[in-house]
Design a protein around this ligand. Structure first.
Ligand code: BV8
Length: 236
């Protein structure tokens, strides 16, 4: 079957070799808080300072000199550039390593660490420094309205309509560096299977949804993704 449209889903594992800890590596904990308890709208309402500091720490790490795209990010950008058909990259990650590697056709379904959103006006602000609840937003001129532009547990992921449409039209679905714990992302493989696409998992170890994939290749993303992309580009 000639492949014309590729949809890729990435998770924390694709950024692991860039030095960004995955959720499993922290066994889902951050300073003895369960991440699910910090990354929620209720947590933000209850203790905005705690949630701001959770993201301040991750933003600081992301912007540090030692964190940069790894060969897996570069291989995916190369695929988008050199593959003659469509390549859409959907990431669950809130880091900016895919764009820094050169990927353009990219959806951050769980938002972006470097964006803040005003809860009143919806205006998005780019942010690189620390944030706190007192920060004023230019749109309302008041404090307390700014939140990380990130999809928390219990919130609707971004661009779901477009994601479903693209999944229903793809010939190849590749899931990379995700444990298959978090929905709706972990269910994308089933949509791709139903649409007749070839589904492939590239991960350090089999994910929770391994059995839903036609093929699986296991090992560090910097090796496995680079090899898989080279194979696809050899066949075009
Ligand atoms: C929603 C932003 C309704 C925040 C994130 C009970 C059962 C099932 C589902 C639910 C349930 N109760 C509630 C739910 C829904 C819930 C959910 O799934 N909860 C889970 C915990 C059970 N989901 C939601 O709330 C979502 N919203 O459902 O709204 C809806 C549904 C459909 C349509 C419309 C509306 C919103 C979820 C978004 C939450 N926000 N991120 C932040 O980052 O701070 S999720 C966050 O965790 C990440 O974005 C990511 O998605 C997830 C972590 O997953 P992974 O990326 O997979 O990372 P993980 O560490 O788990 O795995 C890393 C993998 O990499 C591992 O497999 C490892 O082996 C591999 N790896 C490691 N090193 C390498 C490697 N691979 C390759 N190379 C390496 N070097």
């Amino acid at each position: 079957m000639a492949i014309e449209s590729i949809v890729i889903l990435t998770g924390a594992g694709v950024s692991a070799e860039s030095g960004i800890r995955t959720f499993r590596a922290t066994d889902g904990l951050w300073e003895d808080h369960k991440i699910e308890d910090v990354a929620t709208p209720e947590a933000f309402d209850r203790n905005p300072r705690l949630v701001h500091s959770f993201y301040n720490e991750r933003r600081k790490q992301l912007l540090s000199a030692e964190v940069r795209p790894n060969p897996a990010h570069h291989a995916l950008a190369k695929l988008e550039k050199e593959f003659p058909g469509k390549v859409l990259l959907i990431t669950q990650n809130i880091d900016n390593l895919h764009e820094r590697a050169g990927s353009n056709n990219l959806i951050h379904m769980h938002g972006e660490l470097l964006n803040l959103r005003c809860r009143e006006s919806g205006v998005i602000y780019r942010v690189e420094e620390e944030t706190q609840p007192e920060d004023l937003c230019q749109c309302c001129g008041s404090s307390g309205n700014l939140r990380p532009d990130i999809v928390w547990f219990g919130e609707l992921p971004m661009s779901m309509e477009r994601i479903y449409t693209e999944l229903e039209q793809c010939d190849l679905f590749i899931s990379i560096g995700t444990s298959g714990n978090v929905y709706p992302a972990a269910g994308f493989v089933e949509i791709a299977n139903d649409t007749g696409a070839l589904t492939v998992e590239l991960n350090l170890e089999p994910s929770k949804v391994k059995s839903a994939f036609h093929q699986g290749f296991y090992g560090p993303a910097s090796e496995v993704v680079t090899e898989f992309v080279a194979d696809i580009l050899k066949q075009v």
